[in-house]
Design a protein around this ligand. Structure first.
Ligand SMILES: [Zn+2]
Length: 244
């Protein structure tokens, strides 16, 4: 493992531009179980009944039974791994993060360049009149929160299963991936489309992958697969970076 960490650090130091792609696995140690795991959110709420725009339009009150749980999850705190990734950005080693998570933990840990591929719980919008309210305002309201303009039920600005990735997120992703020759694939099994295409895009432009997963899934394509807990592997990388 030490050897693999040294190799990863050497690649990070030599590359032209490094970016991280993160997923559910970076938040589990903050107390947010992978939604798709046993005991995760989707084991209690069928996503096709609770996390589609169609379901929200039919019965927003019902969908808010699931969203209430999501609201409690975003109370969680960033972990040492989030902090280490923020530190790598501060050191000028990582240029930004593309995250599939909606919990805002990267930003709370201090990361600045974060593309939220699947939106976030940081704001809520009215599906009828478009009025937007920040999370802090929604926290003060009775649930489900109602639009202060037209009294319709508000929807968090997360991407539901039948929704497209927001054009701004796609554009920001393209911009961030431009010239990337090293992608850290962290805490994601790269199964959810279209985020799963990002590692392929970096490989296609001649870049390399370093994978950090509890159980590696990219052994065939990643130059280095670091198997282990997100907090431990990321801290080891930053420690090694500081030493060498
Ligand atoms: Zn409204």
């Amino acid at each position: 493992m030490d050897n693999a960490i040294r190799q990863a650090v050497s690649m990070l130091k030599k590359c032209r531009k490094a970016v991280a792609l993160t997923g559910a696995g970076v938040s589990t140690e903050s107390g947010i179980p992978d939604f798709r795991s046993a005991g995760g959110l989707w084991s209690r709420f069928d996503p096709f009944e609770y996390a589609t725009l169609g379901a929200f339009q039919r019965d927003p009150h019902r969908v808010w039974q699931m969203l209430k749980e999501l609201l409690t999850l975003v109370e969680c705190r960033p972990n040492r791994g989030h902090e280490a990734l923020a530190r790598l950005e501060e050191m000028g080693i990582v240029q930004g993060i593309i995250t599939q998570n909606i919990d805002g933990l990267h930003q709370r840990a201090g990361s600045c360049q974060v593309v939220e591929f699947h939106g976030s719980m940081a704001s809520f919008s009215c599906p009828v009149c478009g009025k937007m309210l920040p999370l802090a305002a929604v926290r003060e309201m009775a649930l489900p929160p109602l639009c202060t303009g037209c009294r319709s039920v508000l929807k968090p600005d997360v991407v539901f299963f039948d929704e497209q990735i927001p054009p701004k997120a796609l554009l920001d992703t393209e911009e961030l991936l431009c010239g990337v020759d090293l992608l850290l694939v962290v805490g994601t099994s790269c199964e959810v489309m279209p985020a799963a295409l990002i590692p392929r895009q970096v490989l296609g432009q001649g870049g390399n992958l370093i994978e950090i997963n509890l159980v590696p899934v990219l052994a065939g394509t990643a130059r280095i697969s670091l198997a282990g807990k997100f907090t431990e592997v990321m801290s080891a990388i930053v420690d090694q970076m500081a030493k060498s």
